[in-house]
Design a protein around this ligand. Structure first.
Ligand SMILES: Nc1nc2c(c(=O)[nH]1)N[C@H]1C(S)=C(S)[C@@H](COP(=O)(O)OP(=O)(O)OC[C@H]3O[C@@H](n4cnc5c(=O)[nH]c(N)nc54)[C@H](O)[C@@H]3O)O[C@H]1N2
Ligand SMILES: Nc1nc2c(c(=O)[nH]1)N[C@H]1C(S)=C(S)[C@@H](COP(=O)(O)OP(=O)(O)OC[C@H]3O[C@@H](n4cnc5c(=O)[nH]c(N)nc54)[C@H](O)[C@@H]3O)O[C@H]1N2
Ligand SMILES: [Mo]
Length: 786
């Protein structure tokens, strides 16, 4: 690599930062100068880099190593994954062992028995992106069973094509913030626009835009309403809060539609010209089939939003240019299709879709950069090769697949079978953070014959692996960073030496590929320097202003390049072209129009996702039978003080905790009824599990709701129970592992009921950040399956 410049820059998912150096040592970070609203998530990251939780050497689960050293293959039960000590070994033996597992499973059961979905956010750089690396490697050795979708918006991802023909307004094609700020008179944000979430964006951020966008809309006179169980989801003081019960927005949206219909405020011409199935939807809203008109009074009983407020809001929506935005969280819940489809239907009744700053869009603050007016660019990506295995699972059905190989399940109109997965390779994600019902996942996780993980930290994923290979962190390697939602491309310079024996994922996979006879396919003869140059050169060639971009060495020395923003005249609103000419620009739905009733979805015959938007009471929520025992609705939203589980052992995350545990926020009325005071230790529980946390009283939480953010490293008390108490406050010991519906099979974490009690016993110390126990020699395996 060319030398590191004197003022290096580091790219993270939460922003670009200038490294402050003193005598060649990094001493701190300064925010990137073009960023108006830099994130503090960088704090503590340097100190965390060589924390005790760091994985320093390759390590193997003790009974697994003993079995393999004794020549025994197959599943090794021992004490079970997650409950055993590890043996640290040298790189050569570790790589030989991992390569032998891959070869044996591939040769015995085929590449489809290797699960390489490896979902997760990894780190920001494009080349060392662990996801891309592991997929490229597994393709080089013949392929793997992959996963489709993501945890963020799986449900919307598979619903929207049925409704508007593609993922516009979800993945790209959003009406830009500028247009909304300039034209909208009323902005209704279901799930709010939480600035805590807009701190991050996959691939990195040069400019944080959400705070200034909402402020600009307010300056231009727009009324901004945050519909949420949490007041804090509003972006700023002058955003109005409309409190709602979680999981009930569909009822509110249907009632808004009912008012428009009853008061003749519907844009009939729009419905006729641009939609299909509106008669079915209107009949449903009026109660034609089920005898229940979806009136504001009906919705008030479900949502707690007063009927008068609903009527006034509906009239307000029709009286001005209005924009409906929905956070991704709403579809990570039972029947999460419904609030999205209902929003599109409501926007269609209003008839403003495709007009400047009008209509609908999704995820505007779920990450930074949604609605950023940036020119479409194909940023540098590591090519992943071709996967010769066609099979896949929906990403959130991992535990089902492991528990029930061969079993059938429904998915988007297909009846499919779960594959027989024998080996899991995970790099750059943390299923013991992201998956629901972790106690169930742990049971499922015992099934495969081998689990190989590349990680930097002894987090719950690494602890549940057989072979753990220590990976470098982003601070320890050179990379190129870029994000589809932003305008920058930047070097990310190595500012620290690797801790212990950590290696880059690229080096790890190169060495494995070598052992499996695929080195040339995987590396193409290039080292890191060679790859970075190739990615840069390819990017320069396909970028319009290629001539303005420096060659690699200058780029490396000079730092971030900002591409020009889209000029106002180049900005368009979602579905504007369709509105301008619906024949020439037919949507890719069967009718070519917006489908308020989908014959395709109706034909699938799923009771949990009928052919039009509908109110289906959640499996878990207020009013469901479980509420008698577990009356509080648990929201597990994204954490303000970290990205998922990353750097939970570091500075910023620790600041958000009390007594070393995650804070569960609840209303004083709910706390008082349970004898819980602010700062008390509490136990949250339901039939799936239990965790400790510290109570934070907050009148900005709707009564009946408890909010425990995700990301505290799971810290089970190992007492032999299959539902051990988590000491630290990880909500995924409580959440349900059930697909949103048979249509989309997405994660449904936000539909979760719990009870909370004061915890008066001695507080067990948090052990999550201690390394596991290490032993010198593996004990003989107790039980080896053939
Ligand atoms: N209850 C509940 N659960 C949820 C959600 C929720 O709302 N509620 N949200 C879900 C959503 S939207 C998401 S996206 C997921 C997020 O889930 P994940 O993306 O799986 O979470 P992360 O903590 O970001 O995991 C990334 C892991 O990659 C590791 N890593 C980082 N860089 C590298 C690298 O270069 N190499 C290697 N080998 N490893 C690296 C990190 O140490 C970390 O362990 O969580 C989901 N889970
Ligand atoms: N700081 C930080 N930012 C993040 C992340 C992180 O880990 N840390 N993760 C990133 C990722 S991967 C993703 S996918 C996005 C996710 O983005 P979102 O899905 O938008 O994130 P959440 O925080 O789960 O939800 C946003 C808010 O929706 C509200 N909400 C939940 N359920 C309901 C409901 O039924 N009705 C209504 N009206 N509101 C509801 C909650 O109060 C919550 O605060 O966040 C990203 N941003
Ligand atoms: Mo996500």
């Amino acid at each position: 690599m060319p030398p590191r410049p004197p003022h290096p820059i580091v790219a993270t998912h939460w922003g670009l930062y200038r490294a402050r150096m003193a005598e060649d040592q990094i001493v701190g970070f300064d925010p990137f100068e073009a960023d108006p609203d830099p994130s503090r998530l960088i704090e503590g990251v340097i100190a965390a880099n060589d924390a005790p939780a760091r994985i320093r050497r390759p390590a193997v689960r003790a009974s697994f190593l003993a079995a393999r050293r004794a020549g025994r293959t197959g599943r090794v039960e021992g004490e079970g994954r997650g409950r055993e000590p590890f043996v640290e070994i040298g790189w050569d033996e570790a790589l030989d062992l991992a390569a032998a597992e891959l070869a044996r499973v591939r040769d015995t059961h085929g590449n489809g028995a290797i699960f390489g979905g490896s979902y997760g956010w990894s780190s920001a750089g494009r080349f060392h992106h662990a996801q891309s690396q592991v997929h490229r490697f597994l393709n080089a050795i013949g392929g793997y069973t992959r996963s489709v979708q993501n945890y963020s918006f799986a449900t919307a991802d598979y619903l929207l094509p049925h409704v508007i023909g593609d993922r516009s307004g979800l993945i790209d094609g959003h009406t830009p913030w500028d247009r909304i700020a300039d034209h909208a008179g009323l902005i209704v944000m279901f799930g709010g626009a939480p600035l805590k979430n807009a701190q991050v964006s996959s691939g990195g951020i040069a400019r944080h835009i959400v705070g200034e966008a909402v402020a600009r809309a307010r300056e231009n006179g727009a009324r901004v309403i945050c519909v949420s169980p949490l007041r804090a989801d509003g972006a700023g003081e002058d955003v109005e809060w409309l409190p709602i019960r979680p999981g009930t927005d569909t009822a509110l949206i249907l009632a808004l539609a009912e008012v428009l219909i009853a008061e003749d405020l519907v844009d009939r011409a729009f419905l006729e010209r641009f939609t299909t199935g509106h008669a079915v939807f209107v009949d449903y809203v009026r109660g034609a089939g089920d005898g229940t008109p979806k009136t504001p009074e009906w919705a008030e009983a479900i949502t707690t939003v007063p009927a008068a407020t609903i009527r006034a809001l509906a009239r307000g929506l029709a009286a001005t240019r209005s924009f409906l935005m929905v956070a991704w969280s709403l579809q990570r819940a039972d029947f999460g299709e419904q609030p999205y489809w209902a929003t599109i239907a409501l926007a269609a009744l209003l008839g403003q879709i495709g007009l400047p700053g009008g209509g609908f869009g999704f995820g505007y603050a779920s990450v930074n950069g949604v609605g950023n007016a940036v020119p479409a660019t194909r940023w540098p990506v590591l090519p992943q090769g071709t996967n010769r295995v066609a099979d896949f699972i929906p990403v959130a059905r991992i535990a089902d697949a492991l528990l029930s190989p061969g079993e059938t399940y429904d998915f988007d109109g297909e009846s499919r079978r779960y594959p027989d997965l024998r080996l899991i390779y995970w790099a750059g994600g943390n299923p013991f953070h992201h998956h629901q019902d972790l106690n169930r996942l742990r049971r499922a996780w015992q099934r495969p014959e081998a689990v190989i993980v590349n990680e930097s930290w002894w987090n719950p994923l690494a602890r549940h692996a057989d072979i753990v290979l220590p990976a470098t962190t982003a601070l320890e390697r050179d990379d190129i960073a870029a994000s589809v939602r932003d305008r920058f491309v930047s070097p990310s310079h190595r500012v620290l030496a690797p801790v212990g024996e950590a290696r880059d994922d690229y080096a790890i996979f190169s060495a494995l590929a070598e052992r499996l006879g695929a080195a040339e396919i995987f590396t193409e003869g290039l080292d890191t320097d060679g790859w970075l140059r190739r990615l840069w050169d390819e990017f320069r060639v396909r970028t319009p202003e290629a001539g303005d971009l420096p060659e690699f060495d200058r780029f490396w020395a000079e730092g971030p390049v900002l591409r020009p923003a889209l000029a106002p005249a180049e900005q368009t609103d979602l579905l504007a072209e369709f509105r301008a000419d619906p024949e020439a620009n037919r949507l890719r739905t069967p009718s070519g129009r917006i489908e308020l009733y989908s014959e395709t979805v109706a034909r699938f015959g799923y009771a949990d996702c009928p052919g039009h938007p509908a109110w289906i009471p959640p499996r878990e929520g207020w009013g469901s039978p479980l509420a008698a025992r577990h009356p509080l609705h648990l929201l597990s939203n994204q954490p303000e003080h970290r990205l998922h589980s990353q750097y939970d052992h570091g500075g910023r995350s620790a600041e958000g905790k009390r007594r070393g545990r995650e804070v569960v926020r609840l209303h004083a009325a709910d706390a008082g009824a349970r004898g819980i005071g602010d700062g008390d230790a509490v136990r949250l529980f339901n039939d799936r599990g239990a965790c400790l946390a510290v109570a934070g009283l907050d009148d900005g939480v709707v009564p009946g709701v408890a909010c425990l953010p995700t990301g505290a490293w799971w810290d089970p008390v190992e007492d032999g129970s299959d539902r051990p108490l988590d000491r630290h406050g990880n909500p995924n010991v409580l959440t349900a592992d059930i697909g949103t519906s048979r249509l989309t099979q997405g994660p449904s974490a936000q539909s979760c009921l719990v009870e909370i009690e004061r915890f008066d016993g001695p507080l067990p110390p948090v052990r999550a950040f201690d390394p596991p126990d290490f032993v010198e020699l593996a004990p003989p395996p107790r039980d080896v399956a053939p």
